[in-house]
Design a protein around this ligand. Structure first.
Ligand code: NAD
Ligand code: SER
Length: 320
């Protein structure tokens, strides 16, 4: 991607999380460091964001959101703050409040303060037991079985409502499980696909909380970050889906990923001890049909399980 002239002030919420740590870096590279305000609920000086502006922002505080937008002249928001699927089931009411009221606070503040564009990630968790499992279509029946999935489905409808009623330009992707090396996974059902790399390198073994044959859709973080930026930069007439786009990267089981890791870590051993997350995983699709995103704004994943594993192993070994 080419560097373009700074013409925006970007607010990122939940910036210290798995996506935020890489998205903030990519946004700063693309639009320039001073354009990107990283925010989260950690104290001001967080080591993640020493190379740019970082501020405390709790998305439950609507007036604090309005203040940052007005004082800093925010034009674009990437709203990432949320509680993920597995953590959400431990405390459903809190997860609902943070995921739902956080989003509504952002939408309301954006509507009233001339924000030009919002990116908000939805999830494959909008699908569930009654949804199509294989090549789950863009307009498949949603059937969320977690409070997280319910909040994502409701969020999709709220985004569409603000678009239709108030003309807010909100764009969204239904991310699958995301795999990255910079930050820990944030308490989701797909976290095993991140943890397994760290444990393979440090211990040579991994105890997986899903069964060996649990096939789930995944995406490498480089693709996920690029997808968000490409969707936000797509011209308006190309965006036919205002609720959220299916996007796919790869699909694999723990057994398949472990055997690929084995080619980099001699004698790597995986064992299986399924826990409460197995029920969530069993409800999700195996593969995602993302033809609509490909046709509308040219989405194309660049990483499969083999190239993702090669890159993860190289990056993690270098960091050690
Ligand atoms: P994460 O859990 O790693 O990060 C979320 C961040 O939100 C954390 O840094 C946390 O401190 C922050 N946060 C929590 N409560 C907050 C509050 N009240 N105010 C401000 N910040 C708060 O999550 P992630 O993986 O980076 O996910 C970001 C977004 O992408 C979420 O909406 C998530 O649902 C979505 N998503 C993620 C994945 C994935 O596999 N990582 C897949 C699909 C969708
Ligand atoms: N990776 C996410 C989770 O497992 C999917 O939204 O919660």
């Amino acid at each position: 991607m080419q560097l373009i002239k700074p013409d925006r002030v970007i607010l990122v919420t939940g910036a210290c999380g798995q996506i935020g740590t890489e998205l903030v870096r990519a946004l700063r590279e693309r639009y320039g460091r001073p354009c990107v305000i990283a925010t989260d609920i950690f104290p001001e000086r967080t080591s993640f964001f020493e190379d740019g502006l970082y501020m405390f922002l709790d998305v439950m505080d609507g007036s604090a959101i309005r203040k940052i937008i007005c004082e800093r002249g925010v034009t674009h928001i990437y709203h990432l703050a949320a509680i993920l699927s597995a953590n959400g089931e431990q405390n459903p009411k809190d997860a609902w409040e943070i995921n739902m009221n956080g989003l509504l606070n952002i939408l309301e503040a954006a509507k009233n303060n001339h924000v030009q564009q919002i990116f908000w990630p939805s999830s494959i968790a909008v699908f569930g037991p009654a949804s199509t499992k294989n090549y789950c279509p863009q307009d498949a029946l949603p059937d969320p079985a977690t409070v997280y999935g319910i909040s994502k489905l409701a969020g999709e409808y709220w985004c569409r409502y603000y678009h239709d009623q108030y003309g807010l330009d909100v764009r969204s992707l239904r991310y699958p499980g995301l795999i990255s090396h910079s930050a820990k996974a944030g308490g989701g059902t797909t976290d095993y696909a991140v943890e397994i790399f760290h444990k393979a390198i440090s211990d040579g073994t991994y105890e997986c909380f899903l069964r060996e044959n649990t096939n789930l859709p995944m995406m490498y973080m480089k693709d996920a970050v690029r997808a968000a930026i490409e969707l936000m930069e797509a011209s308006l007439e190309k965006v036919s889906k205002v609720n959220s786009y299916n996007v796919a990267g790869m699909s694999f089981t723990p057994l398949e990923l472990a055997s690929e890791i084995n080619t980099y870590v001699n004698n790597f051993k995986i064992t299986y001890k399924p826990d409460h997350r197995q029920r969530i995983a069993d409800g999700w699709p195996y593969f995602i049909d993302d033809r609509q995103a490909r046709a509308d704004w040219g989405w194309m994943p660049q990483y499969n399980m083999f190239t993702m594993t090669r890159d993860m192993m190289a990056k993690l070994r270098k960091n050690r």
